[in-house]
Design a protein around this ligand. Structure first.
Ligand code: ZN
Ligand code: ZN
Length: 346
């Protein structure tokens, strides 16, 4: 067993504290990673606060992990000590079901094994990236391209793939009009990626506060959803809407912005059910869909795409002592656009 330093919470709304956790000995295909940076995702906050079901505390969150391989198991072929690598939202899956065989491990019929808050195949609780080391089977480790620094690489492992996958699946590209709802951690990545794919991008945000940033990230248009004219002006405009907001919205108003065969895809996950008037979908053969991160192959493709197009998130690096404050600021939407923990301070 390896001993790793970590930051954990002991219950909903408890402060983070320094602790030590055990990481398993390397199995034949395991990789030991020395974590350098760990992003703070909104999911970490929901989970730490116990808002997404029962949590086995103490919990070490973190599923936007970037670091360097420090050791490998005897049968590892993909990685060696010194390689720059990342780990995202899942660390294992059954590997045998139809979806795993298609490379869509996130939709594993048995349920993928989450990076934290899950139970691994040895029966042990999984603990995430707010920690100095992690052991992961090589098939769930990603290679970070040389021209992406590790601090900005971290958020790509969740925010990057969560937005890349639906943009890719619904064919964002030249000639397509894509709207991104919400300009937070996910939204700003969606804008950058959709723009790099060649789509015409519009941001729909509550206010125009972040308009300058949105245009700099590659959006061509930026509208405030607090203004009713926005919905009148943009009616029937978009082929694809990526909704990154995890609060309750008037879905019918957003469906009215879709063109014939348009799709609205939720990547934000509101705790409450959303209400839908089916007539808003029937009228223009519109679809309402959801999307969860991406498979391992697609995550590597996303990292390589971001390297090729020089896309990185805009981040604020913090020390481990600032996690509680960072959580508060994320909930106040006071972050541009992702907090990343410098793990050397753990
Ligand atoms: Zn996440
Ligand atoms: Zn499976």
């Amino acid at each position: 067993m390896y001993t790793a330093k970590a930051r954990a919470v002991d219950g909903p709304h408890q402060p983070f504290h320094a602790t030590e956790i055990k990481r398993r000995n390397l199995d034949s295909h395991d990789v030991l990673i020395e974590i350098k940076y760990s992003g703070i995702c909104h999911s970490d906050i929901h989970t730490a606060h116990g808002e997404w079901g029962e949590v086995n505390y103490p919990l070490v969150p973190g599923h936007e992990i970037a670091g360097v391989v420090s050791d490998v198991g005897p049968e590892v072929t993909k990685y060696k000590a010194g390689d720059r690598v990342g780990v995202g939202c899942m660390v294992d899956s059954c590997g045998e079901c139809e979806n795993c065989c298609r490379g869509e491990e996130q939709y594993c019929h048995q349920g993928n094994i989450q990076t934290y808050g899950g139970v691994d195949k040895y029966g042990e609780p999984t603990q995430g990236g707010y920690s100095t080391h992690i052991v992961v089977t090589e098939d769930f480790v990603l290679r970070i391209p040389d021209n992406i620094e590790l601090d900005v690489a971290a958020p790509l492992l969740c925010a990057g793939i969560t937005t890349y996958s639906p943009l890719n699946h619904w064919n964002a590209g030249p000639g397509k009009k894509v709207a991104v709802v919400g300009m937070g951690g996910l939204g700003h990545m969606a804008v950058k990626i959709a723009h790099a794919m060649g789509a015409e991008v519009t941001v729909l945000s509550r206010t125009l506060n972040k308009k300058e940033d949105g245009l700099e990230f590659g959006a061509e248009n930026y509208y405030a959803t607090s203004e009713q004219e926005t919905f009148e002006k943009l009616a029937g405009s978009f082929d694809l809407i990526i909704n990154t907001v995890s609060a309750k919205l008037d879905m019918d108003a957003y469906f009215s912005l879709l063109n014939l065969d348009g799709a609205l895809v939720n990547v934000g996950a509101p705790a409450e059910p959303l209400s839908v008037n089916v007539f808003s979908l029937i009228g223009h053969r519109r679809s309402f869909a959801g999307s969860l991160i991406g498979g391992i192959r697609e995550t590597q493709e996303m990292l390589d795409f971001c390297a090729e197009h020089h896309i990185v998130p805009k981040i604020e690096v913090i020390s481990a002592d600032q996690i509680d404050e960072a959580y508060k600021r994320v909930l106040d939407s006071d972050v541009k656009y992702r907090f990343v923990i410098d793990v050397s301070t753990i």
